[in-house]
Write a protein that binds this ligand. Structure first.
Ligand code: TYM
Length: 334
């Protein structure tokens, strides 16, 4: 049986990249698979988080998952630190993963920046914890945006090395699910850099909590080029901003790039921007409204997270027990 696992960090506002690269696909998968979705607070603290803000951010992201359409009754939704099996398996994986593997991780290089000596050890070991998140449930499929592909390849390397080292067929080889036409949503101000929470320009991203006026203003200011829109996706080569906006449009209405190019062939950006604004507002404004309704009831969100953590622990515990046996770690007798 296939099992889905994925995670999102509570490090600030969820944006359109998170929605189109991850959350929207998670909602589409929920009735076909057993799904476990995690707010990864232990990953968040690999970079400084204000302890006064982290609980609210964790609840807000939980609200985002539910507002994006995840049914909290049929999916397991919880925060990572509430299930200690993640951190326990991550330690074992730290002893399986090789320094050379982690040295190649581009996300570490980007996040650590020039001052690598000052990055936390946790940021360096981030991918081991991510492998533990997935494999502690023996999940088989992981829906993510394009930027997480390298981490999932590392997860497969860790699973394979663990199986080889201990002579077992224990962990499955996970498959990334990188779905839709917006697997890498780019900044609205620069089509060559990824839309991200850490971009200092608010105009570079649309947040899931932005109201209709803000969405419209950001799209009006989005960078474009002087050419009319092409008839086919091939005409988008060398036009990163146009490709990004058409990809966003396609993903928001579940169409292909071919369909969207056909629809707007020869149009100027002014006409296209009116259409994408109308579409983005019609999809995102109700989600933003639902998020504020849900965040006003933290007790409800805490109940969802507590129930999710209990269900997740039940799945993780026997897997971790088996890992301890395989590795030869004694547990106190019950
Ligand atoms: P995070 O919080 O950075 O992002 C959450 C999800 O959003 C996707 N995403 C994007 N997709 C398209 N375009 C973008 N501009 C964009 N920005 C973000 C990410 O690919 C991700 O799917 N390491 C993960 C969290 C994690 C995880 C896991 C994921 C921890 N453990 C286990 C899968 C399985 C992350 O950085 O998420």
């Amino acid at each position: 049986m296939s099992r889905i696992f994925s995670g999102v960090q509570p490090t600030g506002d969820l944006h359109l990249g998170n929605y189109l690269g991850a959350l929207r696909n998670w909602a589409a998968l929920q009735n076909r698979y057993e799904c476990i979705y995690c707010v990864v607070d232990l990953h968040a603290i690999t970079q400084w988080q204000d302890p006064k803000e982290l609980p609210a951010n964790t609840r807000e992201v939980t609200a985002g998952l539910i507002a994006a359409g995840l049914d909290s009754e049929t999916n397991i939704i919880f925060n990572q630190s509430a299930v200690p099996a993640h951190a326990e398996l991550a330690w074992i994986f730290n002893c399986v993963a090789r320094l050379g593997w982690l040295n190649r991780m581009t996300q570490f290089k980007e996040k650590a920046g020039k001052n690598r000596e000052n990055a936390s050890v946790g940021l360096y070991a981030y991918p081991s914890l991510m492998a533990a998140d997935i494999l502690v449930y023996k999940a088989t499929h992981v829906p993510v945006g394009e930027d997480q592909k390298q981490h999932l390849e590392l997860t497969r390397d860790i699973a394979q090395k663990f199986n080889n080292d201990f002579g077992v067929e224990f962990f499955p080889m996970v498959e990334p699910l990188i779905l839709g036409e917006a697997t890498r949503v780019m900044s609205l101000r620069d089509g060559s850099s990824k839309m991200s929470k850490s971009d200092p320009s608010e105009n570079s991203r649309i947040n899931m909590t932005d109201d209709a006026d803000t969405i419209a203003r950001k799209l009006r200011r989005a960078k474009t080029d002087p050419e009319p829109l092409p008839e086919t996706p091939a005409g988008l080569d060398g036009r990163p901003e146009a490709r990004n906006l058409l990809g966003i449009y396609a993903a928001l209405c579940d169409k292909t790039m071919e369909d969207v190019c056909r629809e707007f062939a020869g149009a100027q950006f002014s006409r296209f921007k009116d259409s994408i604004t109308e579409l983005a507002v019609s999809v995102l404004a109700p989600i933003g409204g639902e998020m504020s309704r849900l965040t006003a009831d933290p007790a409800y969100l805490d109940r969802v997270l507590a129930r999710g953590a209990e269900q997740a622990s039940e799945i993780a515990k026997p897997v971790l027990d088996d890992v301890y046996d395989i590795v030869g770690l004694l547990r106190p007798a019950p």
